[in-house]
Design a protein around this ligand. Structure first.
Ligand SMILES: Nc1ncnc2c1ncn2[C@@H]1O[C@H](COP(=O)(O)OP(=O)(O)OP(=O)(O)O)[C@@H](O)[C@H]1O
Ligand SMILES: [Mg+2]
Length: 611
């Protein structure tokens, strides 16, 4: 399993508010946040002091002093301003860099936590939740928390800088201060108006972007279906409509921004005019110096920032709250299948190794909808089956009767509703999951290939397997013969989900993958359904050696696969209704003969005569 990266976790106490639950993640980065706070405060204090130094320079050098003393004073102030500006630059760079960096780091922590959790969640979760939804949560919701973590402290610091500036201004002239800040409420109100329009629009735009992405995604992934039904034009029209809707909301969004943003930016300039008018008046009357006028005009642009940010952060906080709820929903989801405390593994010499037993198993798939709980008809209902070590048993039954479900209970993809499943003589719920899943390995009914080299696809369960081992497994699965014919052989990278291969080729890769893991209990779930009879026969010849000393379950519709088995069980109504050799069942159970004829189109009478 390897060492999991230890990432900070959210507070598991669901009664706490969203921010308090997030706190452990923030606290884990407290050193960075402390540095941000300190450098931020000092940097802003320096920035806010600049107009004061300017004021002093103007009023003293140009007012009180004469001649060389005035020059010397001017030079001193100029140097001081340069020093302050450089120091303020350095500090502001540091805190912004650290702040945004830390916010991104917490974003990564959250993403790690979500991903680690997703890998622990059970099949029942994935049956319920759409994969696209999970991916979108992991992306946009985590991003919106990151934005708040970056801009929240920034807004806080800028609020502090407003109060510093306000204090300096008050110390110079109280009425002029009030005139200077008089336009700020309008900055806030206009900002609010902008957000009232922008937020619903950006919400809608986001949704429509997802819509367009979905159409494109489905068309790219389902291109085979689209083309085979000649549905390209319908799909293009569908995309055009979605793109049109996106364009409408995106344009509306731009219009709202274009209308309000220049107004918001113009307001401080209006404030500057007011300062000039009223402050100039005061200066002419000799009540304030020219330097003070200069200082106020510096402040009037500086103090608009906090008013613009405040509302933004408020909305971002609401967004982050909603996002965090969706993320916590995943993180709070308990994996249904976990190791029990005291889970154990069988002794290496146990006589029961490879023994499989189903004891009165009742099973229904967990439903997402609690109202449907206690489905009237469980998929498995009183399923009993014992398979001795080394035995090969075929499970036969109508499609949808629960054969694959039986296979899914052995590696504990799901837990039984009642009854028990035993592997190696131990209830699977008492075993360690990793050990159990190494013991039981299946070739699933749908083969999934990764967009990697064929070598890596075969070696998926044994990443450090050598090329000769991979080749040996591929030879048994009869995959070797077509792989060597490919341009890059085992190094050929398969297209997404292996679509560059035929169905039968994919199945053979999946078979080789399972063979390589050398499991004690092997399950072949319709593993050769897409492979021609001739190749299947070749594969079977290889499998016979492989199956000789291991327990094998063959789920099959075809007689050719069934013939691999020592024993056949017939499933119906969620239980075993007949059990015996192929010849026995054929002779005694008309249901068995009926299923064989239906599924294979074989002439049952002909097979009877050969047995
Ligand atoms: N993940 C799931 N969630 C809910 N119901 C499921 C799930 N998988 C299968 N089922 C249902 O359980 C029943 C048995 O399915 P199963 O896949 O075991 O059939 P099967 O015998 O393997 O069929 P086939 O021969 O077509 O492969 C079906 O009615 C199916 O609809
Ligand atoms: Mg199946």
């Amino acid at each position: 399993m390897g060492a999991e990266r230890t990432t900070p976790r959210i507070d598991p106490d669901t009664s706490k508010g969203w921010f308090r639950r997030l706190l452990p993640m923030i606290v884990a980065r407290r050193a960075a946040f402390t540095v941000v706070l300190v450098t931020g405060l000092v940097g802003l204090a320096l920035q806010v002091s600049v107009p004061m130094v300017l004021r002093q320079a103007v009023d003293r050098s140009l007012g009180d002093l004469d001649g060389s003393a005035a020059f010397a004073d001017l030079e001193r102030h100029a140097i001081l301003l340069v020093v302050m500006a450089s120091a303020s630059f350095g500090l502001r760079f540091t805190y912004r860099y650290l702040l945004f960096g830390t916010a991104c780091r917490i974003e990564t922590d959250l993403r790690d936590a979500v991903y680690q959790h997703l890998t622990r969640l059970s099949f029942s979760f994935y049956d319920r939740v759409a994969a696209g939804e999970v991916i979108s949560r992991a992306n946009s919701d985590i991003r919106s928390i990151q934005l708040l973590l970056a801009f929240g402290p920034l807004a806080g610091l800028s609020a502090v800088s407003f109060f510093m500036a306000f204090g300096f201004m008050l110390s110079i002239h109280v009425p002029l201060t009030l005139v200077t800040v008089s336009t700020m409420p309008f900055v806030f109100v206009l900002g609010q108006k902008l957000r009232d329009q922008v937020f619903p629009l950006s919400w809608v735009t986001q949704g429509r972007m997802a819509e367009v992405a979905m159409v494109v995604d489905e068309n790219v992934n389902g291109t085979r279906v689209v083309k085979s039904f000649a549905a390209e034009f319908d799909q293009i029209a569908l995309l055009a409509r979605a793109a049109d809707r996106l364009r409408w909301s995106a344009t509306a969004l731009i219009e709202a921004r274009a209308r309000f943003n220049p107004m918001i930016e113009a307001l401080p300039r209006l404030g500057m005019a007011l300062v000039l008018l009223y402050g100039g008046h005061l200066a002419i009357d000799g009540q304030v110096g020219v330097g003070s006028l200069l200082a106020f005009s510096g402040y009037v642009t500086m103090i608009a920032m906090p008013f613009r940010m405040f509302g933004f952060v408020l909305i971002q906080a609401q967004r982050a709250a909603a996002s965090s709820m969706r993320i916590y929903e995943i993180l709070d989801e308990e994996p249904a299948i976990v190791d029990r405390p005291g889970a154990r593994e069988p002794a290496a010499v146990s006589p029961e190794l490879g023994r499989v037993e189903f004891r009165s198993v009742v099973f229904s798939y967990p439903t997402a909808d609690p109202e449907h709980e206690g489905d009237p008809r469980p998929v498995l209902d009183g399923f009993d089956l014992v398979i001795e070590p080394g035995e090969t048993v075929a499970i036969v039954g109508r499609t949808g009767c629960g054969k694959s479900t039986v296979a899914r209970l052995l590696p504990r993809f799901y837990d039984v509703t009642s009854g028990a499943v035993l592997v190696d003589g131990i209830d699977v719920r008492d075993r360690r999951l990793d050990g159990l899943r190494r013991t039981v390995s299946q070739v699933p009914d749908e083969s999934f290939l990764f967009s990697e080299r064929l070598h890596d696809n075969v070696a998926f369960g044994q990443p450090d397997a050598s090329r000769p081992d991979v080749e040996a497994a591929a030879r048994i699965a009869r995959a070797d013969e077509f792989i060597v014919g490919l341009a890059d052989g085992y190094d050929e990278v398969v297209g997404e989900r292996g679509y560059s291969l035929s169905g039968g080729q994919r199945q053979r890769i999946a078979l080789a993958r399972t063979i390589l893991t050398d499991p004690r209990v092997l399950i072949l779930d319709d593993a050769t359904s897409a492979i021609d009879v001739q190749t299947e026969e070749d594969i079977h010849r290889g499998l016979v050696d492989l199956m000789a000393d291991r327990t094998t379950i063959v789920i099959a519709h075809r007689l050719s696969s069934i013939s691999l088995a020592d024993r056949v069980v017939l499933m119906e109504g969620g239980r075993v209704v007949a059990d015996g050799t192929h010849a026995d069942l054929l002779a005694t159970d008309p249901r068995y003969a009926a299923i064989l004829t239906q599924s294979d189109g074989v002439d049952v009478d002909a097979t009877r005569s050969t047995d």
